[in-house]
Design a protein around this ligand. Structure first.
Ligand SMILES: Cc1cc2nc3c(=O)[nH]c(=O)nc-3n(C[C@H](O)[C@H](O)[C@H](O)COP(=O)(O)O)c2cc1C
Length: 397
């Protein structure tokens, strides 16, 4: 039976008004790490536009889990400003999810508590060169245990802030994805080796978070279908990760891909906004690196609608749990196709940045589609005072 994307739907114990999720797109609206009025308004507008669930992007579970110092990390002080976000979303009839993550070694945060960042194994960290952190060290057992605790604590605070769901970031080359990836996890203890070992941290985190938030509270996991480079996580392992997350009680998987430090545009597809990335970069050293080797190291991938569908189908065939189709969902026709393929939800990023009212339009117009051109300037400029669509005109001074 094909589901109706625009009718109410259950996610764990939560009832959503429809099956359309605004996926996490880093907002850049937390100056000094504190959620601002702009963040409240951003998500209010998305909820007013009709999404069932809006996701507040990347909240680090601890200060060392930030990729850079301006990012939000979950602290007691952030609970009350985050509650303003969830209340605004609820007033518009929507629900709110918080994406929780840890960056592992992918960081240029000069405020780390250790000189060098930590990840599964010793590695180079090109992203951290400008702040004197060109290397990362392997995490100790104690550091791993601390990360598991931090995820649990952060999820508890998210619930206190009124979030209806939490999304654990297992993809895109952040810490849990670094552990899952064969090329970046070369450990020979219980957290490395075969897929059971590499998935152990993600599953321990999921278990810990569940024990804090309780049964029924929706836990989504954003996972990679492929990392997109040789030696990275491939589809058969992604299927194995999905079946393990299903057995462990995750409520839904958001199927994505790509490894930001190695294949940044694999997760977006479309134009590679190199000139805009160079302009937006604050570090002179990084600007120089982008200018000289940017074209070579940052690959461009052509945009296609529903670009993860072929791989996501393999996961669909392997699990019964709710799955969220993501990647190039830009129109009512795409949403209908996702439902017809047996997915339970769709998630949309750029299309809703361009057209926050798209869900309302899709409900009444079968021809509705976003005006997004996949220019990806929103990605290059997300740190310049708040994520936005350039089709809206020049940024206010
Ligand atoms: C400006 C921008 C910021 C993003 N930030 C995040 C993020 O913080 N966390 C995340 O998991 N994905 C992030 N993404 C990736 C999106 O969640 C999504 O996976 C990707 O844009 C593909 O979906 P789309 O084709 O609907 O845009 C970001 C995307 C954009 C455009």
């Amino acid at each position: 039976m094909t589901l109706n994307a625009f009718a109410p739907a259950r996610l764990g114990a939560l009832e959503l008004r429809n099956r359309v999720i605004k996926t996490a797109t880093y907002e850049g609206m937390c100056p000094g790490g504190m959620p601002s009025d702009a963040l409240v308004e951003h998500h209010r507008v998305l909820a007013a536009g009709g999404v069932g669930l809006t996701t507040v992007a990347y909240c680090a579970v601890s200060p060392d889990g930030r990729t850079f110092a301006e990012q939000m990390s979950m602290r007691r002080e952030t609970v009350s400003p985050l509650r303003r976000v969830t209340e605004a979303v609820h007033r518009e009839g929507g629900a709110a999810s918080l994406q929780l993550g840890h960056c592992g070694w992918f960081t240029k945060n000069a405020e780390l508590s250790t000189w060098l960042p930590r990840g599964p194994s010793l590695t180079l960290n090109g992203y951290g060169i400008s702040v004197g952190k060109p290397l990362a060290l392997a995490m100790s057992a104690r550091e791993i245990a601390q990360v598991i605790e931090d995820f649990g604590r952060a999820a508890g605070l998210a619930r206190e802030a009124g979030f209806d769901a939490v999304e654990l970031h297992l993809g895109h080359g952040y810490l849990l994805s670094q552990f899952l990836c064969p090329a970046t996890n070369r450990r020979n203890d219980a957290f490395g080796g075969d897929l059971d070992g590499r998935a152990r941290l993600a599953l321990d985190v999921l278990r810990r978070v569940r024990s804090v938030v309780g049964d029924g509270f929706p836990l989504l996991c954003k996972t990679n279908l492929r990392d997109g480079f040789r030696g990275g996580l491939e589809l058969p392992d992604a299927v194995g990760v999905s079946t393990r997350l299903e057995s462990e009680g995750a409520n839904a998987l958001v199927l994505s891909g790509g490894f930001t430090s190695k294949t940044p545009f694999y997760l977006f597809r479309g134009r590679r906004p190199l000139a805009e990335m160079i302009d937006a970069e604050k570090s002179r050293l990084q600007k120089l690196v982008l200018r000289t080797v940017g074209k070579k190291v940052i690959r461009e991938y052509p945009f296609e609608e529903l670009f993860f569908l072929p791989q996501a189908r393999e996961v669909r065939a392997a699990v019964r749990m709710p799955l969220v189709l993501l990647g190039g969902v830009v129109s009512r026709a795409n949403v209908d196709a996702a439902m017809a393929e047996g997915f339970d939800f769709v998630a949309m990023g750029r299309a809703l940045l361009a057209d926050p009212d798209l869900v309302q339009r899709m409900q009444v117009e079968t021809q509705a589609r976003s005006r997004c051109t996949h220019c990806n300037i929103c990605v290059a400029e997300m740190d310049l005072g708040g994520v936005r669509c350039v089709l809206d005109g020049p940024r206010a001074a």
